[in-house]
Ligand binder design. Structure first.
Ligand code: FAD
Ligand code: DHB
Length: 388
């Protein structure tokens, strides 16, 4: 098989890149290790920045997002039994949309399939060769047959556990990493939203987050031990924990309902540089991870491939490579800003078991500053909506 751009991974990064290239008349093949049903059912992110919405809209894949997504003009911070609204739109002129990642995936898969794009599911044994040449190849197995793609470029969009980052030469690599001693327990609940806007709650028992999915489904999270197991958490225990962490003085309570999905995710901050070597480029979670508190992961994946698509377009249509050469530097500006914000939101809102009494008071004082100082609230809002 021959194509211009071989893309590994059909997450938001890989699918959107393939679609953006198609709009520019550039051919690609996407290889995905899971099935279409699986990628369309995996529950992950929910919050899209305005910049992400604009990119999806301009690429012609935003119709369902605009019709079914919920535009949010603010978020709430809850602590010490009180809730405080951060008015994102008033402070920044921008908003966010809650529209699930797997719906974005469905929209992108539908667009690629409608355009007869080559999207191969359930591939295995993906191997990269010759990335330091102008004719890299990708070997893989599909439907029992060993196959090979010859391409001009290989783009690694295969997430944190993929094969493309390990294929980068070790010389000159620098990784940056921080792990947190906690994770998030996430549930999906059949019930009406408890709140019109997301609530990020700090409590001595640990962080909790109230989010939504649809008018009949809520998405709730609470800080947990990353080594814990969902089977240790009965529905009653979960509700007890959520009520304790979200209790407040105005009588507001989270709506209970049937819990139909439970999962635990670990939290880390991670950046691997450079994001390119020869004809191999990395995008999205393959190159960097943020803890989910700032809701930045999918938005970064989208902004990476937006940059890459511009670089590839310049390469193919103008015969110039400066945008491709500058990809890592351009992408990292945004990535480090999002890393900073996600680390800061995580530090502000979670319980750190090793925190001294002094550090706990500093955390509470910082929360008071954010909700009482317009300058600090504006900084949070600008970072949250992605106005950078
Ligand atoms: P992925 O979505 O991980 O896609 C990679 C794809 O590559 C996968 O489909 C995988 O199967 C495939 N793959 C892996 N290895 C191979 C291989 N060897 N060969 C072929 N294919 C392979 N982000 C936000 O922006 N906002 C949020 O609100 C938010 N909330 C989150 C909540 C949770 C609970 C979690 C877990 C994440 C959240 N994120 C959020 C982060 C976001 O989901 C990720 O950052 C995003 O999925 C990254 O997209 P990606 O395309 O880079 O990688
Ligand atoms: C959701 C996830 C996040 O990481 C976040 O910060 C806000 C909302 C969600 O899945 O709805």
């Amino acid at each position: 098989m021959r194509t211009q751009v071989a893309i590994i991974g059909a997450g938001p990064a890989g699918l959107l890149l393939s679609h953006l290239l198609h709009l520019n008349g550039i051919d690609s093949i996407v290889l995905e290790s899971r099935s279409q049903a699986e990628i369309e059912a995996t529950i992950r992110a929910g919050v899209l920045e305005q910049g992400t919405m604009d990119i999806l809209k301009n690429a012609g894949v935003g119709a369902r997002m605009q019709a079914e997504g919920a535009l949010h003009h603010g978020i709430e911070l809850a602590f010490d039994g009180r809730r405080h609204r951060i008015d994102l739109s008033e402070l920044t002129g921008k908003a966010i949309t809650v529209y699930p990642q797997h719906e974005v995936i469905k929209d992108l898969v539908a667009a690629r399939q409608a355009a007869q794009g080559q999207l191969l599911f359930e591939v295995s044994e993906v191997e990269l060769h010759g990335i330091d040449t102008v004719t890299p190849t990708v070997g893989f197995t599909h439907q029992g047959a060993a196959t090979r793609i010859e391409a001009d470029f290989v783009i690694g969009c295969d997430g944190y556990h993929g094969v493309t980052r390990p294929a980068m030469p070790l010389q000159g690599r620098q990784d940056y990493q921080r792990t947190y001693g906690f994770g998030w327990f996430g549930i999906l609940v059949e019930s009406a939203p408890s709140s019109n806007e997301l609530i990020y709650a700090q409590h001595q028992r640990g962080f909790a987050l109230v989010s939504t999915r649809t008018p009949t489904v809520q998405r709730l999270y609470f800080q947990c031990d990353p080594a814990d197991h969902v089977d240790n958490w009965s529905d009653d225990r979960i509700w007890g924990e959520l009520h304790a962490r979200l209790e407040n003085n105005d009588g507001w309570r989270v709506n209970e309902g049937r819990i139909f999905q439970k999962n635990i995710i670990g939290m880390r901050s991670f950046v691997s540089t450079p994001m390119q070597s020869g004809r191999l480029f990395l995008a999205g979670d393959a190159a960097h991870i943020v803890p989910p508190t700032g809701a930045k992961g999918m938005n970064l994946a989208v902004s990476d491939v937006h940059l890459l698509a511009q670089g590839l377009e310049q390469f193919y249509h103008q015969g110039q490579e400066d945008r491709l050469h500058g990809y890592t530097a351009a992408a990292l500006k945004r990535i480090w800003r999002a890393e900073y914000f996600s680390w800061w939101m995580t530090s502000l809102l979670h319980n750190f078991t090793d925190a001294s009494l002094f550090q706990r008071e500093m955390q509470r004082a910082e929360l008071e500053c954010v909700v009482s100082s317009r300058a600090m609230a504006t900084a949070l809002a600008e970072n949250y909506v992605g106005a950078f």
